[in-house]
Design a protein around this ligand. Sequence first.
Ligand SMILES: Cc1cc2nc3c(=O)[nH]c(=O)nc-3n(C[C@H](O)[C@H](O)[C@H](O)COP(=O)(O)O)c2cc1C
Length: 178
Amino acid sequence: MSDLTLFGLSGALRAGSFNTQLLLQAASLFGGNFNQGDLNLPLYNADDETSSGIPATVQLLADQIASADAIVIATPEYNKAPSGVLKNALDWISRTEGKPFAGKPVALISATAGRTGGETALGHLRAWMVPFQPRLLLGNEVQIAGSMREFENGSLISERYTATLTTLMTRLRAEASR
Ligand SMILES: Cc1cc2nc3c(=O)[nH]c(=O)nc-3n(C[C@H](O)[C@H](O)[C@H](O)COP(=O)(O)O)c2cc1C
């Protein structure tokens, strides 16, 4: 099927982000349609929510998640956890109606400078996703260590990492087709 829609989130906002590069390579391996969410959102503040409701940028994100066939989330590891940018987005999304992640196949991936490739951050992220009730893919962990040495022209250099990402995206596509 070439008409499946993958939706991607990158927990890093910087232009040269390795996580965004990883996300885009994942999308290319998945095939089909791809859209990326904009996580440049206001900081969650319950007073703002009470006075102004859900921001349009957050509602758009929730709608994009709800209408996708599968989701991939790439996060950097910041001080042994996923980025605050990603947590803020998840907190906002949790305030929207309709549980947009519920039942969706979701793959979690990471690229970090350190030697563990974001293993600790991914462990936290898996736990963070529990309230959203997605169909989380487990195994075939894509944890790119030494991120600054692992990308060239926007793609992974190593055959081993590329093979793991390919396997994960093949599984994600199969889950989305079920
Ligand atoms: C505030 C901060 C904390 C970081 N903490 C970690 C860490 O705990 N583990 C790690 O492997 N790398 C850590 N790094 C390095 C990032 O993983 C690395 O810069 C990564 O490439 C950032 O993702 P990006 O390329 O998608 O922006 C940290 C970087 C920053 C800015």
